[in-house]
Design a binder for this molecule. Structure first.
Ligand code: HEM
Length: 539
């Protein structure tokens, strides 16, 4: 008598079975047939590389090689870091030639190491490529960072562009110098009876670059901005703890303690931002808004855009503006602190360049006291403005050359990537949809065929005639990317780095501390694995 009652159950089981078979089919397609099909299509056109290994691709081997390489420190002053940072790719390129195929799990990656081809890939606006920018990480850390594609990205970029124009950035010089002075005073105050202070400058410089964004983005709401930076730092640490697990579908929604805390932090960040933006919009209504910080300029540009187009939909929403503000910290603070950290380390390793840069700066600014009075302060700012203008036209200023050489040897992002979303041809190869094109910036920056046999040496003078003449290929210098999605903050970063180095070199000399171990590694950005310990002395 159980048969009629059980038939709905049987139907349910049948349906469940069908769903499971369908899901298994999808997975099999995603993890086996698709990668095999893509591999066949690429190999048929003469591309070589590693063969697909079920599920993990090259990830396990890559991680094993990296672990081995990172277990050993490098000799001091050795900048030949490619085989340490990307050991798997290094071996793959040697074995299979350029460009070669590797596997990020079930996704094939074609590593394009020729600058010309890399530029073709990056020049494409959004006709053929999706941008692959740590999507999992952004899900985790920022929960809503503006990593948009297509038209939405173009609209955001149109509106935030004015905030990064050189004319506007010049207004931010006092904020830059105030933050640098705070750092230098702290270091000077910590100098002990032996006349020196040993400091791990990386966390210090991270704080500096975070402070710079807080001041330049939020002006008088600077202290609230600082709180956002601290919260984002905690968010980032938590994200890094579970980065391996986030490929599990739905993992982010699980009520783990870490997930709950991250959600709470995100809410706190958004509530502070909403407060700052709300206050500012109110002030604008009352006619008292400031237009010399990033938020002010962004709001002004947003209003203008909305009015010009006569439709409010053309502007950004408060949520969009909040995302942009979060992105400034995420994209701007870590990267610039890494640039400054390597600059401090490289000038410690190569003191002759430290002396040359200091000589130049003292020649330009003299030995001004830390508390500049009005006049000398003006002088410093105006000379710095000349420096900036020169930077834009690639001047021969030593500090500029040094910063470029640091960015060449230790680019904060060692690779950039794009993904084809439809079939397309680059450099005579037809790529099917679903292939990642990896642009290994570090490889390009360390290629002896492009930069010469002294490629691994710290030689800022190679930039003495500007970027385009520094190598055989004028497009081989890519720390900020290229094309329409080039870093929006590159002038901001160079200006800030220049200001910081000028003020530091004026007042301090520095050398490597005995505890420093030369061990570059990557955790999103390229930075020193065991800190950046230096000894500073007052001049
Ligand atoms: C040394 C410092 C910096 C380096 C090396 C750097 C590098 C980069 C790179 C490589 C990209 C991606 C390009 C691509 O995928 O094609 C990028 C994008 C971006 N950067 Fe920077 N960056 C730095 C500083 C900054 C600063 C200070 C800010 C802002 C305050 C900033 C804001 C951005 C934004 C908003 C994007 C996204 C642009 C878009 O997709 O339209 N960056 N940066």
């Amino acid at each position: 008598m159980w048969a009629p009652a059980s038939s709905p159950i049987l139907v349910a089981f049948g349906l469940l079975g069908l769903v499971l078979v369908w899901q298994a089919g999808l997975q099999l397609h995603h993890l086996w047939w698709r990668p095999r099909r893509l591999e066949k299509a690429l190999r048929a056109q003469g591309l070589r590389g590693s063969s697909y290994r079920f599920l993990t691709g090259d990830l396990a081997e890559e991680s094993r090689l990296r672990k081995e390489a990172w277990a050993r420190p490098m000799p001091l002053r050795c900048h030949d870091i490619v085989s340490r940072i990307e050991p798997f790719l290094h071996d793959a390129v040697r074995e299979h030639g350029k460009p070669c195929i590797t596997w990020f799990g079930p996704t094939p990656e074609v590593n394009v190491t020729e600058p010309e081809l890399a530029k073709v890939v990056m020049s494409n606006k959004f006709g053929h490529f999706e941008k692959v920018r740590f999507p999992e990480l952004s899900k985790l850390v920022a929960q809503g960072l503006s990593y948009h594609e297509g038209e939405k990205w173009a609209k955001h970029r149109r509106i935030i562009n004015p905030a990064f124009q050189v004319e506007k950035l010049k207004l931010m010089l006092p904020a830059f110098s105030a933050c640098c002075e705070e750092l230098i005073s702290r270091w000077l105050g910590a100098i002990g009876s032996d006349g020196s202070y040993e400091v791990d400058c990386w966390p210090e410089l991270k704080r500096l670059t975070g402070d710079v964004i807080s001041r330049t983005a939020f002006g008088s709401s600077y202290l609230e901005g600082r709180k956002i930076f601290e919260l984002q730092g905690e968010q980032f640490e938590r994200a890094m703890k579970c980065i391996q697990k986030i490929s599990i579908p739905g993992y982010m929604s699980l009520p783990t303690e870490n997930n709950r805390k991250m959600h709470q932090i995100n809410k706190e960040i958004e509530s502070i931002l909403r407060g700052i933006i709300g206050k500012r919009m109110q002030a604008t209504k009352e006619g008292e808004s400031t237009k010399d910080d990033l938020l002010g300029i962004l709001l002004e540009s947003n209003t203008k855009h909305t009015e010009e187009n006569g439709q409010s939909s053309q502007g950004l929403t408060i949520k969009d503006i909040m995302e942009e503000c979060k992105l400034f910290y995420f994209a701007g603070a870590e990267t610039t602190s890494v640039l400054l950290t390597w600059t401090m380390l490289l000038l410690s390793m190569h003191p002759e360049w430290q002396d040359r840069a200091r000589e130049e700066i003292l020649g330009l600014f003299g030995k001004n006291k830390p508390e500049y009075d009005g006049l000398s302060r003006l002088k410093i700012v105006s000379i710095l403005q000349d420096l900036i203008d020169n930077t834009i036209s690639f001047s021969r200023v030593q500090v500029t050359m040094i910063l470029y050489e640091v960015l060449r040897l230790y680019p904060p992002f060692v690779e950039l990537s794009r993904k084809t979303y439809k079939e397309m041809e680059i450099g005579g190869v037809t790529y099917p949809a679903g292939v990642t094109i990896n642009l290994p910036v570090l490889f390009i920056h360390h290629d002896p065929e492009i930069w010469g046999s002294d490629v691994h040496e710290f030689k800022p003078e190679r930039f003495s005639e500007g970027i385009s003449k520094a190598s055989k290929d004028p497009g081989a210098f890519l720390p900020f990317g290229w094309g329409p999605r080039i870093c929006i903050g590159q002038n901001f970063a160079l200006l800030e780095a220049k200001m910081a180095m000028c003020l530091i070199l004026q007042r301090l000399e520095f050398e490597l501390a005995p505890s420093y171990t030369h061990a570059p590694h990557t955790m999103v950005t390229l930075h020193p694995m065991h800190g950046a310990q230096i000894k500073v002395r007052a001049i």
